[in-house]
Design a binder for this molecule. Structure first.
Ligand code: FE2
Length: 449
C-alpha cells in the first residue's frame, strides 16, 4: 500500500541560523555551508497539491564552523508565493479556480516554486526549478532577493541541474511550444552569464538533467511527452502533464558547446533517467554515465512510500564518433540515484561516484567505481531517509567527506550526517541534529568558508 511519505510533510517552522546539537566530532577543517532546496509544502490554504513537485520551495542551510553546527531554513518568497500569501488563497497551479487559471494564461504568469535545487555560484545563492528563472537569496539570512534573468540573459527557464566543468557553469533551459528545444547557457567564474545557442528537439519532452563534457552538452530526451494543452491550461493532476510514450524512443542530442547550431541528433531505445553521473570525451567518442530506469514509473513514487518500481541502474553509455548510435552497459548491480562525483572531475573521466542506493524502502550510501562496481557502502536502517550525498574534498588523493541530510521517521527530525568519504562503511563520524524535520530536499551545493 502506498502513502504520503512523512519526509515530505510541511516545514514546521522557518528560522535563521541557530545552533544544532552535534553528536560525534565534526572534522576539523570542514568549514562551510551546505545549501539544499526542496518542496516544503504539500498544499496551502486547506488545498492539497497533487504531486510533491508542486510544493513551494524552501532553502535549508547547514553551516559548520569552529567545531559547531548551525542550521537555518526559509521558504522561498517568489512573486507567486508572496501574492498567494497576501491573497490568503491559491492563485496558481491546478488547484486555483478555473477563471484564475485563465487569467494567469492571459497574463502569461505562473508561480515559480523554486523547489528543486540550491545553487551557489560566483558568491551568489539561488533556488532553482526546471520551469522558471532562478530566484536569488541572501546567503546569510536566506531572505529572498527576487527572481532574476541573470541580466536579461535567461529566457523563461533555467534548469535545476547546472554542471560546473572547469571554471564555468553550463546550464540549459527548456523551450516548449511549436519550436521545442533547449537553450544553452555558460556562466564563467567571475564573469557574466551568456546564451550559447539553441538546440531543437523533435517534440515537447520533459528534460530534467543533462551531461556536460569539456566540449559537449549531451541530452537524453527520454520519451516523456509534455501534454502541452494541459500544461498551458493548468489542468491537473500533475502526473498527467507528462506521458510515457516508449514508441518514440529516446532522442540523443549532442551539442558542441563552441557551436550549438551544429548539434547532432539520433533516436535510440526508450529509457529514462532523472540524473546523470558524469560524462567525458574518450577520443572521438563520448561516454555518458547515468542512473537509468527502464520506464517512467518513478514519477509516481516521489513523495510517497511503498511504491514498487524498477530501480535505476548505473549505466555507461558510449556515443560513437559519428553521433549515430549509443551502446549501453550496466555497471554493478546496486540501484543508484542522486549521484555526485568530485567537483574537479565533472566533465572528465572520473574514478568514483557517490550515490544514494535504494531497495524497497531501505537506503544506503554507496561509492561506485565505474570499473569495479560498489567499493564501499553504508546501509541505513529502515525509517532513515538520506538525501543526495555531496562530496567535499579535503586534500589530495580523494580524501574528503560526504555530507547528507537525513530524515529519521521515528523522531521525525532531520540531521546532517558527515562521513569520511574513504570509509562509508564505518558510518557517520558526526551528526548535526535539527530539532524538527526538513522536508525532503532534492539538490544542493557545498560552499566552503
Ligand atoms: Fe533532480
Amino acid at each position: 500500500m502506498t502513502e504520503r511519505s512523512r519526509a515530505y510533510e510541511d516545514l514546521p517552522r522557518e528560522h535563521p541560523f541557530e545552533p544544532l546539537r552535534v553528536e560525534g566530532e565534526l572534522p576539523p577543517g570542514l568549514e562551510g555551508t551546505l545549501f539544499r532546496a526542496g518542496p516544503a509544502t504539500s498544499g496551502r490554504f486547506g488545498l492539497r497539491y497533487s504531486h510533491a513537485f508542486e510544493g513551494d520551495g524552501a532553502v535549508c542551510a547547514t553551516k559548520l564552523a569552529g567545531g559547531a553546527a548551525f542550521g537555518a531554513v526559509r521558504m522561498v518568497q517568489s512573486d507567486g508565493y508572496r501574492e498567494e500569501t497576501e491573497a490568503g488563497r491559491l492563485l496558481y497551479g491546478f488547484s486555483a479556480p478555473w477563471w484564475r487559471r485563465m487569467l494567469n494564461l492571459a497574463r502569461g504568469k505562473q508561480k515559480n516554486t523554486a523547489n528543486t535545487a540550491a545553487l551557489v555560484w560566483n558568491d551568489r545563492l539561488f533556488a532553482l526549478m526546471e520551469g522558471a528563472t532562478p530566484v536569488e537569496l541572501e546567503r546569510e539570512t536566506l531572505e529572498t532577493i527576487g527572481e532574476t534573468t541573470l541580466g536579461n540573459v535567461v529566457g523563461r527557464t533555467f534548469s535545476a541541474h547546472p554542471h560546473v566543468v572547469g571554471d564555468r557553469l553550463i546550464n540549459f533551459g527548456s523551450r516548449y511550444g511549436k519550436q521545442p528545444g533547449v537553450d544553452l547557457y555558460a556562466w564563467p567564474k567571475d564573469s557574466a552569464c551568456r546564451h550559447l545557442g539553441f538546440a531543437p528537439l523533435p517534440d515537447n519532452r520533459m528534460i530534467h538533467d543533462f551531461a556536460v563534457t569539456e566540449r559537449h552538452a549531451v541530452f537524453f530526451a527520454s520519451p516523456v511527452s509534455i501534454q502541452l494543452l494541459r500544461a498551458i491550461l493548468n489542468i491537473g493532476p500533475f502526473e498527467r502533464l507528462v506521458r510515457w510514450r516508449p514508441e518514440l524512443g529516446t532522442e540523443v542530442v549532442v551539442v558542441p558547446l563552441a557551436a550549438p547550431e551544429r548539434a547532432r541528433r539520433f533516436t535510440t531505445e526508450p529509457f529514462f533517467q532523472w540524473h546523470f553521473i558524469n560524462a567525458f570525451e574518450d577520443g572521438e567518442e563520448l561516454v555518458v554515465d547515468a542512473c537509468v530506469y527502464p520506464n517512467f514509473d518513478s514519477m509516481g513514487a516521489i513523495g510517497v512510500d511503498g511504491v514498487e518500481l524498477a530501480l535505476p541502474e548505473y549505466a555507461r553509455c558510449r556515443i560513437n564518433a559519428a553521433r549515430t548510435s549509443l551502446r549501453r552497459e550496466t555497471i554493478g548491480d546496486a540501484p543508484v540515484e542522486f549521484p555526485s562525483v568530485l567537483a574537479e572531475d565533472e566533465g572528465r573521466r572520473s574514478t568514483d561516484a557517490f550515490c544514494l542506493s535504494m531497495d524497497h524502502g531501505r537506503r544506503a550510501l554507496i561509492r561506485v567505481d565505474p570499473e569495479r562496481g560498489v567499493v564501499d557502502r553504508f546501509d541505513y536502517p529502515e525509517g532513515a531517509g538520506p538525501s543526495e550525498p555531496i562530496y567535499v574534498p579535503s586534500g589530495p588523493g580523494g580524501a574528503g567527506h560526504l555530507l547528507t541530510l537525513v530524515h529519521d521517521a521515528d523522531s521525525h527530525t532531520s540531521a546532517l550526517h558527515v562521513f569520511d568519504a574513504q570509509r562509508l562503511e564505518g558510518g557517520p563520524v558526526a551528526r548535526a541534529h535539527y530539532d524538527h524535520h526538513i522536508p525532503f530536499t532534492f539538490h544542493g551545493r557545498w560552499a566552503a568558508a
